[in-house]
Design a protein around this ligand. Structure first.
Ligand code: CTP
Length: 405
């Protein structure tokens, strides 16, 4: 059992399960939380049992599942006030838009919302809903209100949804939730007082009003690093190329399109920064001339003259007053060799290298595998995991290196 696991021993976590399709993942979530040493009890809203049975959650948690505020037997065994007092931590996963709205308004119309109102324990929620419901301004304003009142919002993730839509609103994976709960609730905040600047996503270089040069970067890794840095206590500024991911809460986001704009934004923000993470897939070249009219097809062949874009990462690393600088390398061969070359050439402190030839990993996918190389020659392999989990490991590694310095 790891040190952290034993640290959580005897911490009481009340898991509220609400009525969303992601509720089916809660059996795994309970298991992941228990693995980390939490005592888990489950409360279900009436809608939740449409998606997972109380019997399943009773079996994995090892305790009766609480559902009804008017259940005399349950109330006699452990009433709602007792449950509210028992909990060291409340986690609602999945948290539907409806339950989120009820909590914002202090409603107590079922056992779960009553406990939330009656408990002094810190509250965390893992929203899960259709992307349009998540994007709805009412939901966004509810989330903002909860965040401001100290509720921790985990996710949501983005991707394909049960209804077939694509976008933000998926519940984070159980492992990611369990890790975040652990680090937020009990972990120290190793980047407290630190300023972190991150670039993420692709850049888009215009050719004419309708055409451009860009790449497949989804921005997921950079956004996950921003979230992880925020969780670790840092003040985070994310400079992002065009992506379709929701902004991480509590993180300042500057949106840009081209490499030149990203460079300007970095130049304007780098002062006083302690850590710079260059995660963006900056286009290496952009057209020398951008045609203001749509280019017509005239000849059989055409030449597009491109010029090198400034290397933002190298510029930051070569400043006199430089932060701790972390870069990324996506390689299709000789991963370590080329990553080390970039580390040296750009004068980086750390480089996170990934092999783009591994199927299902890297660009535009949920998971990745990274080799972290340090300027001192130290290396650390981060095994295949979700980008959220890898981001947390990268941040832990950066924090460790800063402490050593
Ligand atoms: N980077 C940057 N500005 C650029 C180009 C890259 O800040 N104009 C950063 C990226 O954010 C990433 C790292 O540099 O952290 C990637 O290095 P790079 O040499 O661009 O890698 P590749 O694009 O893979 O280079 P090559 O095509 O030469 O392998």
């Amino acid at each position: 059992m790891s040190e952290k696991t034993s640290f959580n021993q005897n911490k009481n976590l009340l898991l509220g399960v609400t009525g969303g399709i992601a509720a089916y993942k809660c059996a795994d979530l309970v298991r992941r939380l228990k693995e980390r040493g939490f005592n888990v009890r489950v409360v279900m809203t009436p809608g939740a049992s449409e998606f997972i049975t109380p019997m399943t959650l009773q079996a994995v948690s090892g305790h009766p599942v609480h559902q009804d505020i008017f259940d005399q037997a349950m109330e006699a065994a452990m009433g709602h006030i007792e449950l509210a007092k028992w909990a060291d931590l409340l986690l609602i996963a999945p948290a539907t838009a409806n339950t989120i709205a009820k909590i914002v308004h202090g409603k107590a119309d079922n056992l779960l919302t009553t406990i939330v109102l009656a408990s002094k324990a810190p509250l965390m929620i893992a929203p899960a809903m259709n992307q349009q419901m998540w994007a709805n301004s009412v939901t966004q304003s509810n989330i903002e209100k909860l965040s401001h009142s100290g509720v921790t919002v985990l996710g949501p993730g983005a991707g394909e949804q049960a209804c077939g839509d694509i976008g933000a609103g998926r519940m984070l994976e159980p492992l990611d939730i369990a890790q975040q709960v652990q680090s937020i609730a009990y972990g120290d905040k190793p980047l407290t007082g630190k300023k972190v600047l991150i670039t993420a996503g692709p850049t888009v270089e215009a050719i004419d009003p309708v055409r451009f040069i860009s790449n497949h970067s989804s921005g997921k890794m950079g956004y996950a690093i921003a979230k992880a840095a925020k969780i670790a206590g840092a003040e985070v500024h994310l400079i992002s190329g065009p992506v379709s991911i929701g902004e991480p809460f509590g993180v300042q986001v500057t949106r840009v399109t081209s490499a030149a704009q990203m460079f300007d934004a970095v130049k304007n923000s780098v002062e006083g920064v302690d850590i710079f993470v260059g995660c963006a897939a900056v286009a290496d070249y952009s057209p020398v001339e951008v045609s203001c009219q749509k280019i017509k097809k005239n000849d059989e062949e055409m030449c597009l003259l491109l010029k090198r874009n400034p290397d933002i990462l190298a510029w930051v690393a070569n400043r006199a007053e430089r932060p701790y600088v972390v870069g990324f390398a996506a390689e299709s061969q000789s991963l370590k060799f080329y990553a080390n070359k970039k580390l040296e050439k750009k004068k980086l402190d750390m480089i996170c290298a990934n092999d783009i030839c591994c199927e299902g990993l890297g660009f535009n996918s949920e998971d990745n595998q990274l080799l972290l190389l340090d300027k001192s020659g130290e290396e650390k392999l981060l095994n295949v995991a979700s980008k959220e989990v890898l981001a947390q490991q990268i941040i832990e590694q950066i924090a460790m290196k800063l402490n050593e310095a």
